[in-house]
Design a protein around this ligand. Structure first.
Ligand SMILES: [Fe+2]
Ligand SMILES: [Fe+2]
Length: 280
């Protein structure tokens, strides 16, 4: 079983011809499936880009969504639209809606989008302010409308409601992850988990460094990490590999003896095959 993995491909920076060429490069060695770990595009063009990818490849495309995929719209609206596209194009498979994917007798795959949940690092004092908070409807709704009109006030804006929203979203992702992982490990010795946001500080790479306390709150999904660590400890005879993106820096982190996280590199305008995952 060979899976061609790419992450943070941000196709909104490319012309359609370049998207087709990239899709062709992903499947040049005829993998069994393509895996995309989020930040495929922006909301407005996401459906268009998913269709382009599907038309340029012959194998299933399993994907999760990243924060950029919601830009210009909202989480609920984009997930609804993606569910409808996948129903019409069976080759496109949004992993959170797929349950446990049985890849072989030995190996299963599951996926959750994940959500940076403002828990790790120093969420109370960070000066980092992401476009997410303005460009994703459900997040912008937590901020003072006057600050949204006068952008110079945004850095100092009260973030308590925003952080509560981020944590609730992280918890929802973790709860879905717990169900899927425990169902998968009941019947498979190896599990591939696809998610967008790194679940551990140790997996949070940016330009060759681990992210600092100011970036960690918005670069990690601690709630999903807790689920994965607990499941790995509860099933020492099972192997869990996680692939993720979001920070655009490559790295590997061994979290437990049987829990490894691969974080993918990315560069805007230069989407690339991250690696071909070979599974038994
Ligand atoms: Fe990204
Ligand atoms: Fe991202």
């Amino acid at each position: 079983m060979r899976l061609a993995w790419a992450t943070d491909i941000h196709l909104d920076f490319l012309a359609d011809e370049q998207v087709r060429a990239f899709a062709a490069s992903l499947v040049a060695d005829r993998p069994d499936a393509v895996i995309l770990s989020g930040d495929l595009s922006h909301a407005e063009q996401l459906e268009h880009h998913l269709r382009l990818l599907a038309s340029a490849t012959a194998c299933p495309i399993y994907f999760v969504l990243g924060n950029h995929d919601y830009y210009g719209s909202g989480v609920a609206a984009v997930r609804q639209a993606v569910t409808e596209v996948c129903a019409r194009k069976p080759r496109l498979r949004w992993l959170p809606a797929c349950g446990v994917i049985h890849l072989s007798e030995r190996t299963a795959m599951i996926g959750v989008d994940g959500w940076a949940d403002a828990r790790l690092g120093d969420p109370e004092h960070t000066p980092v302010f992401l476009n997410d908070f303005i460009l994703i409807e459900e997040l912008a709704a937590t901020l003072d409308p006057a600050a949204l009109r006068d952008r110079s006030r945004l850095r100092g804006v009260d973030r308590r409601a925003l952080h509560a929203e981020l944590r609730a979203r992280g918890d929802a992702e973790a709860s879905q992850c717990a169900q899927l992982v425990s169902a998968a490990l009941a019947s498979h010795a190896e599990l591939l988990v696809v998610t967008h946001v790194p679940p551990f500080a140790e997996a949070c790479w940016h330009e060759g460094q681990r992210s600092d306390a100011n970036w960690l709150p918005y670069f990690t999904c601690a709630a999903v990490g807790e689920v994965l660590r607990a499941q790995a400890r509860a099933h020492p005879d099972r192997q869990i590999t996680v692939v993720c993106g979001h920070t655009h820096g490559a790295g590997e982190a061994q979290i437990e003896a049987n829990l490894r996280v691969l974080t993918g590199a990315a560069e805007y305008r230069r989407p690339q095959l991250q690696r071909v995952l070979t599974l038994a």
